[in-house]
Design a protein around this ligand. Structure first.
Ligand code: PGA
Length: 259
């Protein structure tokens, strides 16, 4: 049985004080649920807050992750941070290839850049959360599963996955992120089942240990239906991760999968 993972991607939101207050609120909510070992909970603040949030997380079961990295270990790469720098903060996870980095920000990341980042994360013993997902035109053209095959294959070139700690995948249909429009549980399961099959081909039996998260407008009231799908192992949560009660409500929905 895969332990569900509920990950909050804070994106470029909150400040140091409000981030720490959010952590305190999540902590209080999790204490009352008693979820500790049955659901893994992760927060991914902006890089500049990794250290203070690591401090705020001390003594809690909540884990820390970063939102991106640069693949080189060090050097003249102004503005970038390396996997080792992230690991030094105490973070154990890093989101890679998020849709906003593929489609919205700056130079737009391609699958080659994303693959280099996955490799860099693994070299620093971080668990990459590799994000994949189709755009609306791709879905409309019937290309969803082909896009997923391409992105998961390209993202994992030269990456060995031996246990579930080596990789997390996030299926995030681009058209569902921050739009309030989410995939139906059936659409999510079709995509997740497809990704699991491709993972079997790519990495062998460890595919059954890899968590595949759903992301895109997950809220407390729609989380349980999507998380009950057999190949959905938790969520990557944007907007709803910024409010403790909403985020804890989603953790509670993940808990329903394992009790
Ligand atoms: P959202 O974002 O929950 O606000 O749609 C999801 C994500 O970008 O990971």
């Amino acid at each position: 049985m895969r332990c569900p993972l509920v990950a909050g991607n804070w994106k470029m939101n909150l400040d140091r004080t409000r981030g720490s207050q959010l952590v305190a609120g999540i902590r209080a909510g999790l204490d009352s649920l008693g979820v500790c070992e049955r659901v893994e909970v992760l927060v991914c603040p902006p890089a500049v807050y990794l250290y203070p949030i690591a401090e705020a997380l001390k003594g809690t079961p909540i884990r820390l992750g970063a939102q991106d990295l640069y693949h080189e270990p060090n050097g003249a790469f102004t503005g970038e941070i390396s996997a080792a720098m992230i690991a030094e903060t105490g973070a154990r996870y890093v989101i890679i290839g998020h849709s906003e980095r593929r489609h919205t920000i700056g130079h737009l990341e391609d699958d080659r850049a994303i693959n280099l980042k996955v490799r860099a994360a693994r070299a620093a013993k971080l668990t990459p959360i590799l994000c994949v997902g189709e755009t609306l035109p791709e879905r409309s053209a019937g290309l969803t599963l082909d896009v997923l095959t391409f992105q998961i294959t390209a993202g994992l070139v030269g990456v060995s996955v031996v246990t579930g700690a080596d990789l997390v995948v996030a299926y995030e249909p681009v058209w569902a992120i921050g739009t309030g429009q989410n995939a139906t549980p059936q659409q999510a399961q079709e995509a997740h089942g497809h990704l699991r099959s491709r993972l079997h081909e790519l990495v062998g039996p460890a595919a059954d240990e890899v968590r595949i998260l759903y992301g895109g407008s997950v809220k407390p009231d729609n989380a349980e239906a999507v998380m009950r799908q057999p190949d959905v192992d938790g969520g990557l949560i944007g907007g709803a991760s910024l409010k403790a009660d909403a985020f804890v409500g989603i953790v509670q929905a993940a808990l329903a999968k394992v009790v």
